[in-house]
Design a protein around this ligand. Sequence first.
Ligand code: AKG
Length: 256
Amino acid sequence: MTMQLTADQLKSYDRNGYIEVEDLVSQQTVEALSNRLREYTHGGRSLGAIRMQVEPRVQRQEMQVTHAGDGIRKVDNLVKEDDLFRQLGLSHNIVGIISQILGSDLKMFRNSLLMKAPEVGSQKGWHQDSPYWPIEPMNLCSCWFTLDDATAENGCLAVLPGWHKKGPLPHISVTDDYVIDPSQCDLSEGVLAPVRAGGGVFFHSLLPHYTAPNKSGKWRRAIALSYMSAKSRHTGSGEGPIYLHIQGKTYPDCVN
Ligand SMILES: O=C(O)CCC(=O)C(=O)O
C-alpha cells in the first residue's frame, strides 16, 4: 500500500518545515541503488548526461584520495538518465507524500546526489534552497533520500525548525559556498534530522539546513529529489528549461 502522511505529520511539516519518514523503499532497493551509484563513481559505467562535481579541496589538490570516486561531491541528473534512480524519483511513496504537500500536479526541479566519503566529504553551510533557485512561489519540497544511515557523525541534515516561515534570508558568498548571513539566524535553534538508509527527510525550500563534514569511517550518500507544483513560475532569464514531468497537468505560463 502507498504510504500516506497522517494529519499530525502534515501539521508538523507545516509548523516545522520538515518531516522524517523511514522505510520509503525496501533494503533491496537501497542496495541496488547503491551498487548502481558505485558503478558510476568507481566502476567506469558510462555517464551520458550525468554530471559529477569533485570536492573543491580534492580539485585543488589540497587533499589526496585513494580512488577518484572517493573525491566526488555531487552527481546530478541521475533521475533523468538512469532507470533505477528514475524509478526512485517516480516511486509511489515519495511522490504520494510530495503530492499531499504540494498538490497532485508536479514537476521535478532538480535531483542531486550528495556524496560524503569517509573523512573526505566536506560540510555544506547553512542555507535555504529557494534563494538559489529561479522558481516562484518559493514553496518547493525536497525529499532528501538517503542510501546510508545518516547520523550526526557522517553528516545527516541539520535544520532550523519553523524558520521556513520567515521567508528568504540574506545569503553571502564565502569560500566554496553561499550561505545565510550568520547575523540573520540563530543557529542555537538547530536540530539534527538523522534518518536510516531507505528513509528520507521531506523539507520546505525555505527551511535553513546544513550538513557537517564526514568525520566518520562510514559513507554518507543521499539524493535530494526536489519537486515543485506545476503551477510554479520560472523567474530566471529566458524561457527556462523543460523540467521532468512527474504527474498531473501542465499549466500555461507556468513551468514547462
Ligand atoms: O546532502 C548534503 O550534504 C547537502 C544537501 C543540501 O544542502 C541540499 O540538498 O540542499
